[in-house]
Design a protein around this ligand. Structure first.
Ligand SMILES: Cc1cc2nc3c(=O)[nH]c(=O)nc-3n(C[C@H](O)[C@H](O)[C@H](O)COP(=O)(O)OP(=O)(O)OC[C@H]3O[C@@H](n4cnc5c(N)ncnc54)[C@H](O)[C@@H]3O)c2cc1C
Ligand SMILES: NC(=O)c1ccc[n+]([C@@H]2O[C@H](COP(=O)([O-])OP(=O)(O)OC[C@H]3O[C@@H](n4cnc5c(N)ncnc54)[C@H](OP(=O)(O)O)[C@@H]3O)[C@@H](O)[C@H]2O)c1
Length: 645
């Protein structure tokens, strides 16, 4: 054990002093978790002389112990009641060794004299690690680092099975290697192209023909990724986490098999396990898909420019990739099976699509591919795609240099021996159901990140869940991961940020008549001189009329929407209302200020704004109960003021 003996458990988290059965259940679970997670767990009071003797005994044996001083925590009395209930002992110190109740001070000394204590202490050594984490991505690494910070002996197994095209990568999982990081950097490459176009209007003069070099971009991005991979390895080493580059698979309840690249097998045991294996891109299951198509696993390290590209799928991955490829000057078509960005606010999704169309992306709606054939070999070659209409017998054919599949992702849960230890998965989608503390149906096995059933598949969610899980397992925290109002941004050419409910979902939850929807088109100042469209950027909030106009949905389509949405998400966590937005003084001139304009501000009634308003009313006819940002409830609509007055 690397922690100093006698680590003091922190005071309880907020909420534990709450009365009621929920709070009581929380304390009971917490006490049990502390007993389960710690080799030696002492419940005591800071002034108790008997506790001091017990602590001295464990120190003299060189054994780490965790201690919860009941007089130092808010809910000490509740903890004591729970202890009485589970151990039948009313007094402190109350000592547990390897989950076994030893008793108070006298009984602990007696156990020491008759050798029972040593035997109990030995049992934990039967396991190689306190915690083994399968999967070194966003969630797994976060959990590993936090558990190591809490003094636990931790192992992380991370192994990348190469894609059908042969791509593989280093430590860190999807986000850093084939997800958020390279995606955002390629998005940035595309934005720079747009900035170059704008720059002439701002007086930049250059004669050199501007063109993009795919190889230079990918090399620079891959170098950045390599440095992150290296950084992760270093951090694990510094924290004393054992990292093994091998594929993990359960063979027994407390034992896994780790198979490395050379096929060598090693077995490890642990008291607890966290599954954080993430997901991999799905394939269509049609002729030619695995042979000739690529996925996001291959795109970011593709050694040649993909050329004319067909993107199949129209959610996050599909639209983001299509967006930056078009921004880099490529001819891009998106094949859409049903809608854009399923599950997102559909008014916003269509606006995202319209802007992409303006930027040259073509959409082939209501088609799904049935065949991919190679017409010419090469880097890139030429592929023929046959697609069938989802609405009738019509088929279409097209030729492309590259076909990128972005049709969803499969959870990596079916080949890790879960059936051997009885961990249940949802057979349909491979997701793992967990309770509100990320525990599977097998008590010592936990799961976090993308493989969780019904949870958002986002890096910060996996990181937060991993960190809090480690704190609950090995620290004194009760804090659970809060999966409500998680913000996200789709990094399409015009970014779409949102937090809370889509308008469709809000209507389902609250009913249309209970909602007020405020919205505005806005024209970023930077776009005016550049001569970019004044009818594109859009902000919308959905408020619950019967809860003080609390904001239940926040939506923004505009430059830097990711940055802006992050701040408003914090405000929503604090219970943001329309009035609070009105009361907040904006930062001028920004896009974010459009959310905090004063309702009684004098409105500039120029023609252009009248035009915006008429467009708004036309395009939002299906919305719940639309009120322009500065309009009055039920009153005559007023035009929206420009953001750069
Ligand atoms: C193209 C793309 C763009 C994205 N962009 C964003 C974004 O902008 N913002 C955002 O928040 N999220 C984004 N995401 C989602 C984000 O990447 C994931 O939510 C996040 O990586 C999930 O973390 P995780 O720990 O659950 O899994 P992962 O990060 O996928 O890590 C799982 C790791 O476990 C390994 N593994 C699997 N099985 C085993 C095994 N049996 N033994 C050993 N190792 C194993 C895997 O190889 C992998 O390294 C994006 C995803 C994609 C595909
Ligand atoms: N910016 C970010 O934070 C970010 C970026 C990328 C990814 N992610 C995460 O990664 C997760 C996965 O994203 P994803 O886009 O890969 O998957 P997804 O959200 O599951 O979307 C899959 C898309 O493929 C389409 N599709 C499925 N089967 C098809 C078929 N046979 N033919 C044609 N189209 C088909 C779907 O259409 P239907 O609508 O018809 O089903 C949908 O548009 C997301 O949930 C997200 O959390 C986050």
């Amino acid at each position: 054990m690397s922690s100093p003996p006698g680590r003091r458990v922190r005071a309880s988290s907020p909420g534990t002093s709450r009365q009621g059965s929920d709070a009581r259940e929380g304390v009971r679970r917490r006490v049990k978790d502390l007993i389960e997670a710690n080799r030696v767990m002492i419940f005591s009071k800071s002034y108790c002389p008997h506790s001091t003797r017990v602590k001295e005994l464990f120190s003299s044996l060189g054994v780490d112990y965790n201690i919860l001083e009941l007089d130092q925590v808010e809910d000490g009395a509740n903890v004591q009641e729970v202890l009485t209930e589970i151990s039948n002992q009313k007094t402190v110190p109350n000592i547990f060794v390897n989950k076994v109740h030893v008793g108070g001070c006298d009984r602990t000394f007696k156990a020491h004299h008759n050798g029972l204590l040593q035997k109990l202490l030995q049992e934990d050594l039967a396991h190689d690690f306190d915690l083994i984490i399968i999967g070194g991505g966003s969630g797994g690494l976060s959990c590993a680092k936090e558990a190591a910070n809490l003094g636990k002996k931790v192992m992380v197994l991370d192994f990348v099975v190469p894609s059908p095209q042969g791509s593989s990568w280093g430590l860190g999982g999807t986000c850093v290697n084939v997800g958020c990081i390279p995606k955002k950097l390629m998005h940035q490459a595309a934005l720079l192209g747009q900035a170059l176009q704008d720059s002439r209007k701002f007086g930049w003069e250059y004669n050199q023909q501007v063109k993009h070099n795919w190889e230079v971009m990918t090399e620079a991005i891959q170098n950045q990724i390599s440095s992150l991979n290296w950084g992760y390895r270093l951090t694990l080493r510094e924290k004393g986490v054992a990292y093994v580059n091998a594929y993990g698979e359960f063979v027994e309840l407390h034992k896994i098999k780790a198979t490395n690249k050379k096929g060598q097998e090693t077995f490890y045991t642990a008291s607890k396990f966290v599954i954080a294996t993430g997901e991999r891109p799905r394939y269509l299951g049609i002729q030619g898909d695995k042979e000739y198509c690529i996925t996001s696993d291959d795109l970011f390290s593709l050694p040649y420019c993909p050329g004319r590209t067909l993107v199949i799928g129209s959610s996050y991955v599909g639209l983001e990739c299509a967006g930056f490829l078009a921004g880099l000057g490529l001819d891009v078509t998106v094949m859409v099976r049903s809608v854009l960005l399923r599950g997102f606010d559909q008014e916003m999704a269509e606006k995202v699509g319209s802007y992409m169309e303006q930027q040259g992306v073509k959409f082939q709606r209501k088609f799904t591919p049935v065949l991919v054939q190679q017409m010419e070999k090469g880097s890139p070659g030429v592929l023929k795609v046959v697609a069938k209409s989802t609405e009738g017998p019509e088929t279409v054919e097209g030729t492309y240099n590259t076909v990128l599949l972005a049709i969803g992702r499969d959870s990596c849960t079916r080949k890790i021996g879960l059936e051997k230890i009885g961990v249940k998965i949802n057979e349909k989608n491979g997701k793992i159901p967990v309770n509100d503390v990320e525990q599977t149906n097998v008590p010592h096995v936990y799961a976090i990140g993308d493989i969780l059933e019904g949870k958002p598949e986002l890096t910060p969610v996996a990181i937060q869940a991993g960190k809090l899980l480690a704190r609950r397992l090995f620290g004194a925290s009760l804090e659970k991961c809060d999966y409500v109002n998680i913000p996200t941004t789709v990094f399409t050419p015009l970014e779409y940020g949102c937090c809370g409910l889509s308008e469709e979902k809000a209507i389902e939850v609250y009913k249309k008549e209970n909602l007020e929807v405020y919205h505005t088109l806005f024209w970023p100042l930077e776009w005016t001189v550049a001569g970019r469209d004044n009818n594109t950027c859009y902000a919308k909030i959905i408020c619950n009329k019967f809860d003080n106009e609390r904001v239940v949905g926040f939506h923004l389509l505009g430059p830097n929407a990711g940055e802006i949405t992050q701040g408003f998400a914090a405000a929503m966590k604090c219970g943001l209302t329309k009035q609070l937005l009105n009361d907040t003084i904006g930062i001028h001139p920004t896009c974010g200020e459009d959310f905090s304009r004063h309702r009684d501000e004098k409105v500039a009634e120029d023609q252009q704004q009248q035009h915006l308003w008429s467009l708004l009313t036309a395009c939002s006819s299906q919305a719940a109960s639309l009120t322009p940002w500065f309009g009055t409830h039920g009153g005559e609509p007023r035009p929206t003021p420009a953001s750069q007055t």
